[in-house]
Design a protein around this ligand. Structure first.
Ligand code: GDP
Ligand code: MG
Length: 298
């Protein structure tokens, strides 16, 4: 399965949230007839037979008032190490200006592929669209330049198709039927991880990761299935322990902490899986947590 993370950046009003909704709505219509609200979604998750793309919507980038703010913006973008692709979305109905120049400057040092998405083409005629594409193509070295209308869902399929070509084989980060992220998810996986490290001492390396396989609510109770990923069979054995005693204790301690923090009852089921080459993928999950904290909840 191909999987990866896409950050959506751009000035306020460029159409970031509209694009995310447009992508995820397609998904809803495919997999779930009951439209779920994406009100609190920070990430949209698109899963099909052979790929999973996790989209991270970021707050719009404003030009900061002081140098420190600028430095922070710059680091936020060039250090997006957990992300595989950047979508830089611009409003084609607006003239190119300082705001765009600023973002392009921020992205200058990134090694990630940047897709320029020229949005709102439904408001322009063909010539105008063409001129915009040419104008922007001179501004930076974009890997792809794709005209879209996020609102009218125009050319979004093409965008997704191209995106998949850039993704590498990886694990599935979220269950197939999950379309948006639960904010609790990161807290839960970190607490389980903490207990694993606490109870296994030095035997389990810090590269151990915890992925939430399933999460949902039933009768007011949070139901969670979490997968502990290790790199070797011997580590799997340690975590399960004699007659499953170790994993049971990890679960008990984690559940107590999670209930304390979230203030609600939780049913927690743990599994262990050996996943080779996990280590280099781990930064991605870490990154997820950091990004989440930086997001506004408009
Ligand atoms: P964000 O600040 O980047 O998240 O921008 P939003 O997604 O909130 O969009 C800002 C405004 O632009 C909203 O009024 C959208 O309806 C509008 N908009 C977004 N995409 C399109 C588009 O493709 N065409 C048109 N005509 N309007 C769009
Ligand atoms: Mg937005």
């Amino acid at each position: 399965m191909k999987s990866g993370f896409v950050a959506i950046i751009g000035r306020p009003n460029a159409g970031k949230s509209t694009l995310l909704n447009s992508i995820i709505e397609q998904k809803i219509s495919i997999i779930s007839p009951k439209a779920q609200t994406t009100r609190n979604a920070i990430r949209g998750i698109l899963t099909d037979e052979d790929s999973q793309i996790v989209f991270v919507d970021t707050p719009g980038i404003h030009k900061p008032q002081h140098a420190l703010g600028e430095q922070m913006n710059k680091e936020a973008i060039s250090n997006m190490s957990g992300v595989d692709i950047i979508y830089y979305i611009v409003d084609a109905t607006q003239d190119f200006g300082g705001g765009e120049e600023y973002i392009i400057k921020l992205m200058k040092n990134t090694k990630l592929p940047v897709f320029l998405l020229v949005n709102k083409i439904d408001c322009l005629n063909k010539d105008q669209v063409m001129n915009k594409l040419i104008e922007y193509s001179r501004k930076a070295n974009f890997k792809e330049i794709i005209p879209i209308s996020a609102l009218k869902n125009d050319n979004v399929d093409e965008l997704l198709k191209t995106t998949k070509e850039y993704l590498e084989d990886g694990i599935q980060y979220y269950p197939s039927d999950q379309i948006c992220d639960y904010p609790e998810q990161f807290i839960i996986s970190e607490l389980v991880r903490e207990k694993v490290l606490l109870l296994t001492n030095e035997e389990i390396p810090h590269s151990v990761a915890v992925v939430i396989e399933k999460i949902g609510r039933k009768k007011g109770k949070l139901i969670v299935m979490a997968m502990i990923l290790v790199e070797r069979d011997s580590q799997k054995g340690i975590i399960i322990g004699k007659q499953g005693r170790m994993i049971k204790e990890i679960g008990t301690l984690a559940r107590q902490d999670i209930q304390g923090i979230l203030g609600e009852n939780i049913f927690l089921e743990l599994f262990v899986r050996v996943e080779k080459n996990w280590r280099n993928r781990k930064a991605k999950l870490q990154q997820l947590g950091y990004i989440q904290m930086d997001i506004d909840d408009e």
